[in-house]
Each structure stands twice: as C-alpha cells, then as structure tokens.
Design a protein around this ligand. Structure first.
Ligand code: ADP
Length: 345
C-alpha cells in the first residue's frame, strides 16, 4: 500500500543522527531525573571500580534512549558495541558480541524486545554470571562448553517494555523510562543544533520549530534540517520566523505538529464515519493504508493530543479534533447520551 512521505519519521537514521547526537551526558537536554540517577550509578561504579549494572531504557521512539546508551560509555571511558534485537535471530548471533566484550565495556542492544526466546535465555547467564554455555556437537556427542566472559554492562532499549519477558526485565539492575519533552527543552535543542549545523537562525524560530515537534527531539532535528534546506534554497540560508513558517507549511506540518496524513485520518473519520466510533481496519481501508501504519505511526500522537479517543467500539474524533481540522461537529442524529450516531449503528 502507498506510504506518504513524512517529516516525522521515528525510525532512526544513523547517518543523520550522528552529527547532532550529544556525546556526553552534560550535553543532553531534559530528562533531568533520569540523568541525575544515572550520574549517581556511574559515579558509584567508578568509585568501586566495578562494572556498571545493566540498564534498560524504555519509551517512545526518538526520545534519547540510544543517545543515553552512547553517552554512558563515553562517561566511563570504555568501548561500546552496538547490536539490534531484530538481527539477533539465534544464540550464535550473540557470540561475536559477547566474545568481544572488554572489561567494563558496554554492549548496547536496541529494540531488545525483538530478540527471540532462545537468544534471551542465552543472555541470562551472560548478564548474571558473565559466562555462556555453548553446546558443541549433537545428540549423544553433544557437550557443553562453559566460557567465562569479561564483566560488562548490557544496555537495552525498547519502545515496547511490555513485550519484554519478566525474567529478562528483572535482570536489568536499573530501568529508566524516557518521557516526552517540554517545548522549552526542544527549543534549546533546536537552538543548539542550528549552531552545530552552522545555520543562522533568529530568536523566535527555534520555538516555532519546537512547538511543532511532537515533544520529540528526533522530530525537532528533522524539522530543523528541512527548514535549513528551505532557507538555503529560498532565503540565502537565513532562518527567520517567516522562513520557518513557510517551510513548515510547505511540509504540511501544522501548528500542533500534525502532518497531512494525520489530518487525513481525522478528516476520514469525520467525513466517512460521522466522527466515529469507527474500527481501525475500516479507517485504514478507506485511507488505503496498512492498519499497522495507523496504529503504530499515526494514532499514538493523535491519542496523546486528545484529538481522537479509542473506545472498545472504535476510534472517535473529539470536539478538539473537529476544531483542529476546521470541520463542524454534526448536530443532528444524536443518541440520547449525546453521542454521535455512527453510519453503521
Ligand atoms: P531513541 O533511541 O529513543 O529512538 P535517539 O537517542 O536516537 O532516540 O534520539 C534521536 C535524536 O534526538 C538524537 O540523535 C539526538 O540528536 C536527539 N536527542 C535525543 N535526546 C536528546 C536530548 N536529551 N538532548 C539533545 N538531543 C537529544
């Protein structure tokens, strides 16, 4: 099914992230409580000369899980290996990482909820006792080789903490949840990153970009890059409020941070389903979009901003949702409870 382009991709693009990603904890903006706690455990581990306990970061995409995971080894002055859960399909896929760990180094596994059970079980002894049991041969000839590992720190990141099994979750000594960012924090991120990109920006534009960034630093970075491209192409490389607004309007990103696909979702429920309730499959088919795309990429932000609510009977646009897309709420055909009558009731 066709996918519309969007300036809100939550999937990391490592090349793009690299030059803007803070390298040290002191450069990170916001997440104050998380950073404070991490500083304490880092300090304590260094004072005791011990490896840092395993850490699990969870939270929606683009909020800084990978950034924290990369800053921590820099703070400790140790090496880091990076792995992604989806590519660890069998225990043997973990072997190169585990055999390469150095004393107190960090192994980072992104999207750790995607590792299969067999790999997870293999990790248990690695995490707990710093050893792995390798089975060599098959059948009656099989024997288990016990291999010690250097003490290391596993940092896991997940957008779906609920999908992690209890035993794996419990093997992390520290669990940190990353929440959404305030506009002031995103404004500071945009201002700093404009300086890193060496683009001239006026006093008001960082806030304008921040307001439309869905409380998410990765989105703020993507919007800043787009506004910079626009300014380079149309405005001698200078970002003024006028230039920023024109660029964001051209990208279809509105004042609340909705893009054209988000607005089409709201308009479809209103136009075709009378504002709801409507099932996600029906909405997806009408929009000619995969239902997963709606539930994973479109709905979370609209639910968070309360433009839509999810009920057991389907999705319903709220009065704020109607107002946002400038469509009138129907006044007739109401049930006694004041709820809008759906087409399919
Ligand atoms: P996640 O791993 O949670 O999906 P990332 O750590 O990759 O998110 O963050 C995406 C980008 O957002 C980073 O490249 C970085 O530039 C920026 N970013 C994230 N958190 C912060 C922060 N606290 N301060 C400044 N920039 C941040």
């Amino acid at each position: 099914m066709p996918r519309e382009t969007t300036l809100h991709p939550y999937e990391p693009d490592d090349d793009l992230d690299r030059d803007l990603r803070p390298q040290r904890m002191a450069d990170m903006v916001g997440q104050v409580k998380v950073a404070e706690r991490l500083r304490i455990v880092l300090d304590a581990a260094q004072k005791r000369n011990e490896p840092l306990g395993h850490i699990l970061f969870d939270g929606p995409p683009g909020l800084g899980k990978t950034t924290f995971a990369r800053c921590i080894p820099n703070e400790l002055g140790v090496s880091v290996q990076l792995a992604v859960g989806a590519s660890l399909k069998a225990p043997k896929d973990l072997l190169p990482y585990l055999t390469n760990v150095e004393e107190r180094s960090v192994l980072f596994i992104d999207e750790i909820h995607r590792i299969p059970r067999a790999v997870e079980e293999f990790l248990y002894t690695a995490m707990e006792d710093f050893r792995i049991d390798i089975v060599l041969g098959e059948g009656v000839n099989a024997r288990t080789l016990n291999m010690p590992l250097k003490p290391f720190t596993l940092i896991g990141a997940t957008t779906r903490a609920g999908m992690l099994s209890g035993p794996l979750r419990e093997r992390f000594r520290y669990r940190e949840h990353l929440g959404f960012y305030e506009v002031d924090e995103l404004t500071l991120i945009v201002r700093r990153n404009a300086a890193k990109l060496r683009v001239e920006i006026d006093a008001d534009s960082p806030r304008e970009i921040a307001c439309r960034s869905r409380s998410t630093p990765r989105v703020a970075n993507n919007l800043l890059r787009w506004v910079r491209d626009y300014a380079d192409s149309k405005a001698n490389g200078r970002i003024s409020l006028e230039v920023a607004e024109a660029a964001l309007q051209m990208a279809g990103v509105d004042k609340l941070g909705l893009d054209s696909q988000d607005r089409r979702y709201l308009e479809t429920i209103i136009r075709v389903f009378g504002g709801g309730p409507a099932g996600v499959e029906a909405i997806a088919h009408t929009m000619n979009i995969a239902p997963d795309t709606l539930t994973d990429e479109v709905e979370p932000f609209l639910l968070r901003t309360e433009l839509v609510i999810r009920t057991p009977r389907g999705r319903t646009v709220t009065p704020q949702g109607f107002a946002h897309v400038n469509m009138p709420m129907p006044t007739s055909d109401r049930n006694p409870d004041g709820r809008q009558q759906s087409l399919f009731e």
